[in-house]
Structures are given as structure tokens and as C-alpha cells.
Design a protein around this ligand. Structure first.
Ligand code: FAD
Ligand code: SF4
Length: 477
């Protein structure tokens, strides 16, 4: 256990601590982490700001229900080991969520100090504790004799795997790629989420006893029915939404047009930025246009800068206020030199005789009525078309589910966009099969995937406890 050396005075009225960052000049030259997190004194001072509210709203706002005042109290007492235990009771990968969770719209948004504009920096404290605490002893119940197959190894799948393995069920993860972690590994760049942090989180889950089988595509190598017939009592699908969506405009087939998924996967998973040390190259031109305004667009733009682009522009059809990206990441992108063209929409991509991108035709937009997303709808300003020089276009306007599992699983109900339909417990239309994360409708963040996974794992556990008694009932199929 960490030595209890210091007892800092508690001051609820101290200013919120600023997370330390590397300078923009230094950080755009490499893929090392931008944020340096809190040091010990900052963490202690920030923890001292927490009021320890008796009915804390932050806990309810956290999709996995972390006991936030409790873990912060342990930081105040200099007991990081106890703090991390509280975190891991509810969240098996706090080193990840502490870095990428949109805290500003969740736990921190409802902190009593948010009224003063400076909520307790819950995410930064979570990261600090997860990074600082010593290895925890593992708390796993005795084997239940039940087996669960988990498809995918992103945050939803890792949550379900950890929860169920801790409860004594044997979990086997089937991952299509040669690395585990889902978007945490191949999507979010190392300068925001270092790969050794993701490996540490996965290593913890393997130490619990979860087995990971890589390079197995469910729907191709094996089907859901093969898994059920081979003796698994329950299946969880956490296959995410990794198929890129294109815009369906002229010029999308030109050389120099990428989907953000391909661009980031080549860079993160195949280490294109270390070519020729690694096999997969990626060519990024001098003038890069990134289409979209979400986290994926910010990550893509910042990656393109680091790969040597002279000029990177984000082209977004609404205003900055409507951008779905985290505010912090938009600021980071700006400080690194990414330019923003808002209220601009892409009309077509222009090519030269060598069928390579030479520019974009764009149109200016204005905001109209509020649409179904709750944001004001962008409307074209007639006749405002203009062209923009560019040699690389990266489309970051969204991803959807890959149909391979739904096409090979008879009776699995999907909606009009291919997402798997689930009930409030994460159950699909197929008996013994649950799903959560980006593969189900209305989930788009790491912590939503984990919250959905936790919901499903609770129901899977209840089901497994009863399985011996109810094997012949209809729901078992
Ligand atoms: P995923 O993370 O997508 O993982 C799914 C896994 O399933 C993958 O490993 C895939 O290979 C595997 N798989 C798919 N099909 C099969 C199959 N047939 N057989 C076996 N395995 C299969 N969210 C945030 O909260 N904060 C952020 O800052 C943030 N930034 C993002 C940046 C980028 C570039 C991207 C792409 C997303 C970002 N997100 C962010 C969203 C977040 O990463 C996702 O919502 C989350 O990862 C979804 O988790 P998941 O478990 O559903 O699936
Ligand atoms: Fe807040 Fe996310 Fe941590 Fe929950 S997991 S306490 S929402 S930062």
C-alpha cells in the first residue's frame, strides 16, 4: 500500500487544477501523449475540492455508476489502492475512461461546482488514480461451470468479459483483428490514448482469466449458431460499428480520398507512421481536407498534421457550437494548427487527368430550423459555391455496422440501418444472445458502450444462475 505521507488541507473553494499538456510545437512532431495528467500535488488539491455530497448527482450521471465521492475521498487520504478498487468495482478500464470519456457532458456536468463553472476534474482524477495505483489483487469468484462467448474486444466486450469472469463464468473473447481493444486500439490515436495504456487494461482482463482468440471473424470463421452448439451458454455481441459511411458524391473514387476508418486504422494498428520499420505505408499530401466535426474528424486532422501535411482543414456544415467532438479536442486541434471551415458543405471532389484529387467544390451554409438531432439544420446558401485546393480528402462523417453477423444469424432482428435491436436488458431477438455498444442503436461513446455492456452482463449473469433450472423453457430456444 502507498505510504500515507501527506494530509493536505481540504479547500472546496480552490480553483480547478489545469491538466498539464505538452506544448503544441513539441507534440505535433510525434505520436506521444499530449496530456500529461495531474501530478500528485494537483491530484490532492483537486480531490480536496470535492464536497462529498450526501446525494451525489455525479454518480447517477456516470453510465457505469462509479462511486465518485468515495474514490475521491481515498485520494484525499492518500490511499490510491483503495481509490482504484472503488473505480474497478464499476469500471474495469478506468485508465481509458479517465482519458477519453466526455466527462464535461456526464459526471462533471452535474457536479455542484459546475454552477461556478469549475466542476471537480473527475476524469483527470480517475486517470491519475488508475495510472498511479499499484496492481490490485484479483477478486474472482469460484468457477460456475458456465461458458460465455464474447464477440469483439472493444469497451462493451471488455466490460462484459470482466464482469462475467469475476462472477466465475468462463469467458472467451473472439476478435476479428490481430490486436484486441477495438476502437481503443485501431481508432483513437496514441497521442490521446497511448497503446500501452490499452494493453494494460486488456492485460488486467486476461489476468482475471478471460481468454482472447484473435483473428476469428464471427460470421465467417464461425457463426453464432456454431458457438451456441459448441457448448457456450450465452453469447454477447460487441462488434461495434466499424464500416465507413461515404457521402455518395462525385469524385469519391479518386486517388487521395480515404475514409477516416481506413486512415486511422493504417496509422494506429499497422503503425503507418513508423514506415518502413512497419510494412504499411500511408501517403498524406500537403493540403488535407477532413470532412466532419466529430471526435473522429479531430483525430484524423491531428494525425494528418503529424504525418507531415502542411495544411489541414476541417470542413463542417454546421457551426463549431454544434460540433459533436469534445470541446477539449477541438481546442487541441486548433492549437496544433488545424484550420476550421464551418458552415461549409462538400459538393464534389475534383480530380486531375491522373484521377488524383486536386480540390473540392464546396457550398456555404446557414443554420435553419432545429432537426431530429436537436440541432439547427444546415441549409445551403444558393449560388455560394467555391473551390478549395486540396490533394487529400478524408471523409469522417460517420460509421455503421458491418452486416456479417446479422446476415449469418437467422432470427437476429436488426433495424433499418443494420443495428441489432435489443430490449432494456440488452437481449436480442435470439435466445441466449445479448448485444451492446456501437452495434446497437443510440450508443456512440466508450462509456455508453460500457454502460450497455454492464447492463447486459447483469442480465446474462441472472440467466446463467437460472440456466440449469430453466433449460427447457422457450427463451432458451
Ligand atoms: P468497438 O470499439 O468498435 O470494438 C468492436 C470490436 O469488434 C472490434 O475490435 C472489431 O474488430 C470486432 N469485431 C467486429 N466484427 C467482428 C466479428 N464479426 N467477429 C469478431 N470480432 C468482430 N468515444 C469516446 O467516448 N470518447 C472519444 O474520445 C472517442 N473518440 C473516438 C475516436 C475515433 C477515431 C473513433 C472511431 C471513435 C471514437 N469514440 C470515442 C467512440 C468509441 O470509440 C466507440 O463508441 C466505442 O469504441 C464502441 O465500443 P464497442 O465496444 O461497441 O466497439
Ligand atoms: Fe465520469 Fe466517465 Fe469516469 Fe463515469 S467513467 S466517472 S462518466 S469520467
Amino acid at each position: 500500500m502507498e505510504e500515507k505521507t501527506r494530509q493536505q488541507p481540504i479547500s472546496h473553494f480552490a480553483r480547478r487544477q489545469e491538466v498539464r499538456k505538452r506544448s503544441s510545437l513539441e507534440r505535433i512532431r510525434d505520436f506521444d501523449e499530449v496530456s500529461l495528467g495531474f501530478n500528485q500535488d494537483q491530484a490532492m488539491s483537486e480531490a480536496g475540492r470535492c464536497f462529498q455530497c450526501p446525494a451525489p448527482k455525479c454518480v447517477r450521471a456516470c453510465p457505469v455508476g462509479i462511486d465518485i465521492p468515495e474514490f475521491i475521498k481515498h485520494i484525499q487520504n492518500d490511499d490510491y489502492r483503495a481509490a482504484v478498487k472503488v473505480l474497478k468495482n464499476r469500471n474495469s478500464i478506468p485508465e481509458v475512461t479517465g482519458r477519453v470519456c466526455p466527462q464535461e457532458t456526464l459526471c462533471e456536468a452535474v457536479c455542484i461546482l459546475a454552477k461556478r463553472g469549475e466542476p471537480v476534474a473527475i476524469g483527470a482524477l480517475e486517470r491519475f488514480v488508475a495510472d498511479s495505483a499499484e496492481e490490485q489483487e484479483l477478486d474472482v469468484q469460484r468457477p460456475s461451470g458456465k461458458k460465455v462467448a464474447v464477440i469483439g474486444s472493444g469497451p462493451a466486450a471488455l466490460t462484459v468479459a470482466a464482469d462475467l469472469q469475476k462472477l466465475g463464468h468462463q469467458v472467451v473473447i473472439y476478435e476479428a483483428l490481430h490486436e484486441s481493444g477495438g476502437v481503443l486500439t485501431y481508432g483513437i490515436p496514441a497521442f490521446r490514448l497511448p497503446k500501452e495504456i490499452v494493453k494494460k487494461a486488456i492485460n488486467y482482463i486476461q489476468r482475471l482469466g478471460v481468454k482472447i482468440e484473435k483473428n476469428i471473424v464471427i460470421g465467417k470463421s464461425l457463426t453464432i449458431d456454431d458457438l451456441l452448439e459448441s457448448g457456450f451458454d450465452a453469447i454477447f455481441i460487441g462488434s461495434g460499428a466499424g464500416s465507413p459511411k461515404f457521402l455518395g458524391i462525385l469524385g469519391e473514387n479518386l486517388i487521395g480520398v480515404f475514409s477516416a476508418s481506413e486512415f486511422l486504422t493504417r496509422c494506429n494498428l499497422m503503425k503507418a507512421y513508423k514506415f518502413p520499420e512497419y510494412d504499411t505505408p500511408i501517403s498524406v499530401g500537403q493540403r488535407v481536407a477532413v470532412i466532419g466535426g466529430g471526435n473522429v474528424a479531430m483525430d484524423t486532422a491531428r494525425t494528418a498534421l503529424r504525418l507531415g501535411a502542411k495544411e489541414v482543414r476541417v470542413v463542417y456544415r454546421r457551426t463549431e457550437k454544434e460540433m459533436p467532438a469534445r470541446v477539449e479536442e477541438v481546442e487541441n486541434a486548433k492549437n496544433e494548427g488545424v484550420q476550421f471551415m464551418t458552415l461549409v458543405n462538400l459538393v464534389k471532389i475534383l480530380g486531375n487527368e491522373e484521377v488524383q484529387v486536386r480540390g473540392l467544390e464546396c457550398i456555404r451554409m446557414k443554420l435553419g430550423e432545429v432537426d431530429s438531432s436537436g440541432r439547427r439544420k444546415p441549409v445551403e446558401i444558393k449560388g455560394s459555391n467555391f473551390t478549395l485546393d486540396s490533394d487529400t480528402v478524408i471523409v469522417a462523417t460517420g460509421q455503421g455496422p458491418n452486416p456479417i453477423i446479422s446476415q449469418t444469424t437467422p432470427g437476429l432482428k436488426i433495424d433499418g440501418e443494420g443495428y441489432i435491436v435489443v430490449d432494456g436488458r440488452g437481449r436480442t431477438s435470439r435466445p441466449r444472445v445479448w448485444a451492446a455498444g456501437d452495434i446497437v442503436p443510440n450508443s456512440a461513446t466508450v462509456i455508453e458502450a460500457m454502460g450497455g455492456g454492464r447492463n447486459a452482463s447483469r442480465d446474462i449473469h441472472l440467466f446463467l444462475q437460472q440456466v440449469g433450472h430453466i433449460r427447457n423453457r422457450n427463451w432458451l430456444g
